[in-house]
Design a protein around this ligand. Structure first.
Ligand code: UVW
Length: 320
């Protein structure tokens, strides 16, 4: 499909549902409003074994990191270590002879496991809740990650293991699935999907990424959810607050029906206010769910409070 035949995303989504205004003209966290004390208390009832799973990818993994083209993985640099106090070294001298290690990270805020602010993507000059896209210039004045970080994300989450459901070690490049596939997966796993659930979807994309190496970027097309009006309506009706996956962008990169890039980002994040969490490491959690047959758990995530940030690294917790 050539570029000229690809429709504008605004055209594709012209009749799509919207939650703009639903939580007032000043709202910046969208569907996270569905998660209140009632949902937190109900989710806490799911803690039975006390097992804790951390869902962040390791920053500094020697194997590297998958990132969206044009971004670079987060990098840690050592600034001070014992070598700085070797003879001729320039380590600072403190009374009593204190030595210490210092380091820093240089990171795209979307360069590892991350939460996106609702203003991270847009079309037709408007971001979430109808704010002008020009409010993103020089930093997000509206719908940045900061208000999400200020409130935190806590609720009942359900893991949908699409790779196991399809009987594969990993989904393939450009492989798609729909909300109906999610429902079938939930049924096969024996877990009920409820309104206001945080959806956590495993494709085992990381295995695919490392298997393909540089070839992945030549054909760049991740597996994932594929846009349809029915799928977007299902997210709206289910009042899904947060979609978490192990892929870079949570959806198939190019819609196979029309070639549009990331239409679900626009339909879910910009229009419905669904928060997206990407590049999560779901492997240990998925193995445990397959072992004990329990795919529901307490989920808590606190992205970093980055003023005007379009996103933030995060280490979400799943507690069973
Ligand atoms: C884009 O939206 C381009 O990237 P991400 O996958 O980080 O949301």
């Amino acid at each position: 499909m050539t570029e000229t035949t690809v429709p504008a995303v605004g055209e594709v989504l012209k009749d799509a549902p919207s939650n703009w205004g639903k939580w007032g003209p000043d709202d910046e966290v969208g569907a996270l409003n569905y998660l209140g004390p009632e949902q937190v208390l109900a989710a806490a009832q799911l803690i039975r074994s006390g097992k804790v799973f951390t869902l962040q990818r390791l920053i500094g993994d020697p194997k590297g990191d998958p990132v969206w083209p044009g971004r670079t993985p987060a990098e840690r640099t050592q600034i001070l270590d014992e070598g700085d106090w070797d003879e001729g070294g320039s380590g600072p001298a403190f009374p009593g002879g204190l030595h210490y290690a210092d380091d820093k990270i240089n990171a795209f805020l979307q360069g590892s496991t991350q939460y996106d602010g609702l203003g991270h993507v847009w079309y037709d000059g408007k971001i979430w809740n109808g704010y002008d896209a020009r409010t993103t210039i020089g930093g997000l004045d509206k719908a940045s990650v900061e208000p999400i970080a200020q409130r935190g994300v806590v609720g009942r989450a359900v893991l949908l293991d699409m790779a196991r459901f399809r009987g594969k070690p990993t989904l393939e490049a450009a492989e798609t699935f729909t909300h109906e596939d999610l429902l079938a997966c939930a049924q096969a796993q024996g877990v009920e999907l409820r309104k206001r659930d945080i959806l956590v979807i495993r494709t085992n994309f990381l295995q695919l990424f490392f298997e393909l190496g540089d070839k992945f970027y030549e054909g760049f097309c991740e597996p994932g959810l594929v846009y349809s009006p029915e799928l977007v309506q299902w997210f709206a009706d289910m009042e899904i607050p947060n979609l978490v996956t192990d892929t870079i962008a949570n959806e198939v990169t190019y819609d196979p029906n029309n070639g549009v890039a990331l239409p679900l980002h626009c339909a879910l994040m910009r229009n419905l206010g669904v928060t997206l969490t990407e590049i999560a490491d779901l492997e240990k959690l998925a193995d445990d769910c397959a072992d004990d047959g329990r795919y529901e758990f307490f989920y808590a995530a606190a992205p970093l409070k980055v003023a005007q940030g379009s996103g933030s690294p995060v280490n979400p917790l799943a507690i069973k």
